[in-house]
Design a protein around this ligand. Structure first.
Ligand code: HEM
Length: 415
């Protein structure tokens, strides 16, 4: 078997941090190969990108047990959650998440979010300017907590929002993030763990079908309740990523600012164009750089040996911009979605494959829906200006966001 291209450095962790989202694509271009080997955190890693690689990555040749680095489990994901499960235990737990994603439930969450946004627009209009990032994070936190059956007193909104944001967006890059995220994780785990126990003890009665009620009463295949800490991690697996949709909404606002023709078009255009726009924002905006899994048993693919236990990174960002899959991939062009075939392995910002049976994001439909809601509100229900500010997006900051958080000025509700 021919040798796979191999990074020359003994360890590429620093290069990964420096190049960020572009790390895998840079090397794929350099080596003219969508598969190459490197070393990250002193371990051998195989990097892959593209739809064919995604199809293999989301097959039973890979497992998630032991795949994500401890640092991610201690902050972003928490320990014992669905992300690290395989096979029957994964299917069973994933079903719990997917049962929350009914069309009626998604409508309900979108309505709560839109109502909060409309009220906020009046408040924003009384200020000279507001930072959209901070405002949207707060609105999403309030909406998702109410939707999930999680009580959130007014005086706690700011702290809880900051903690949920810190789980995926630790402050103080590059030195403090780990500690700030650890503290946020401990506080959030304790908060939600307490609510799980109150629900089980009957002191709290979240609505039937809400995330808190469903997770607190969920039984594993052996009919046991989840340990409290794991139940807390799973409720947070709904709250945290919903608040993280803030990043995409802010990227959507940035795209509206950079493409005023689309702003005008969406203000009065057909609904399907809002969907194209949102898909194009998800395709182009940097969020999760890669997904990670481990090889279950040795296998060969595309001229490469994948030894059992090897960590493999699937380039999500690079697949969404792969020149072999997308015409003129770096151009922002929502219209490409007018003819997109819906291939589950080409547009993979939230993972690929099947939502129910694989590890693809449980909240993808919620994400699309809340982004559509925000884009409609931004284009049809309010007027504002975007003052001069630092809108740069650094690809070495993961997750990325426009540096200013997108400041908007002179907000007015539009009837
Ligand atoms: C998994 C991205 C929103 C719940 C994932 C994965 C990615 C992702 C990349 C991992 C795929 C893999 O491991 O192969 C995102 C992004 C979001 C978002 C970029 C928007 C900002 C949401 C929302 C929810 C959610 C709103 C819930 C309401 C989950 C869960 C998993 C997951 C439970 C684990 C699925 C599994 O392991 O089977 N997401 N997500 N996500 N996401 Fe999301």
């Amino acid at each position: 078997m021919p040798e796979l291209p191999h990074d020359r450095l003994p360890d590429s962790t620093l290069a990964f941090l420096r190049e960020g989202y572009a790390f895998i694509a840079n090397r794929s271009r350099r080596y003219r190969s969508d598969v190459f080997e490197t070393r990250l955190l002193l371990q051998p890693v195989t990097c892959v990108r593209g739809a064919d690689a995604a199809r293999v990555f989301y097959s039973d040749r890979f497992q998630r047990d032991g795949a994500s680095p401890a640092v991610a489990r201690r902050t972003l994901f928490g320990e014992g959650g669905v992300q690290g499960l395989d096979d029957a235990p994964h299917h069973h737990r994933k079903q719990m998440f997917m049962s929350l994603m009914t069309p009626a439930a998604i409508d309900d969450l979108a309505d709560r979010f839109a109502t909060g946004w409309r009220d906020a627009t009046t408040r924003w209009s009384q200020h000279e300017e507001v930072v959209l990032y901070d405002e949207v994070a707060r609105l999403l936190c309030e909406a998702v907590c109410a939707w999930a059956g999680v009580p959130l007193p007014e005086e706690e909104v700011a702290q809880r929002t900051d903690d949920l944001v810190a789980l995926f967006h630790p402050a103080g890059f590059p030195h403090v993030p780990y500690l700030s995220a650890r503290r946020a994780r401990r506080r959030t785990d304790a908060w939600i763990g307490d609510l799980v126990e109150q629900t089980r003890g009957g002191a709290l009665q979240p609505p039937a079908g809400s995330a808190l009620q469903v997770v607190a009463t969920h039984r594993d295949p052996a009919a046991r309740l989840l340990p409290t800490e794991v139940a807390a991690v799973e409720v947070i697996n709904v709250l945290r990523p919903t608040v993280a949709i803030t990043n995409y909404i802010v990227f959507a606002a940035l795209a509206l600012h950079e493409h005023p023709g689309w702003r005008d078009r969406l203000a009065g255009g057909p609904e399907e164009e809002v969907e194209w726009f949102v898909q194009e924002v998800r395709r182009t905006a940097p969020f999760f750089p890669a997904a990670v899994a481990r090889v279950r048993h040795d296998f060969d693919w595309d001229g490469a040996r994948f030894p059992a236990g090897r960590r493999v990174l699937l380039d999500l960002y690079g697949t969404n911009r792969h020149p072999g899959l997308w015409d003129d991939p770096d151009r922002f062009d929502p219209e490409r979605f007018a003819t997109w075939d819906g291939n589950p392995f080409t547009l993979i910002p939230q993972g690929g494959g099947d939502h129910h049976t694989g590890h693809r994001c449980a909240g993808e439909w919620v994400t699309i829906r809340l982004m559509q809601t925000a884009v409609r509100l931004l284009t049809r229900e309010m007027a504002y200006t975007v003052p001069h500010q630092d809108l740069q997006v650094s690809l070495s900051r993961m997750p990325a966001r426009p540096r200013s958080g997108v400041v908007i000025r002179d907000v007015r509700p539009v009837e």
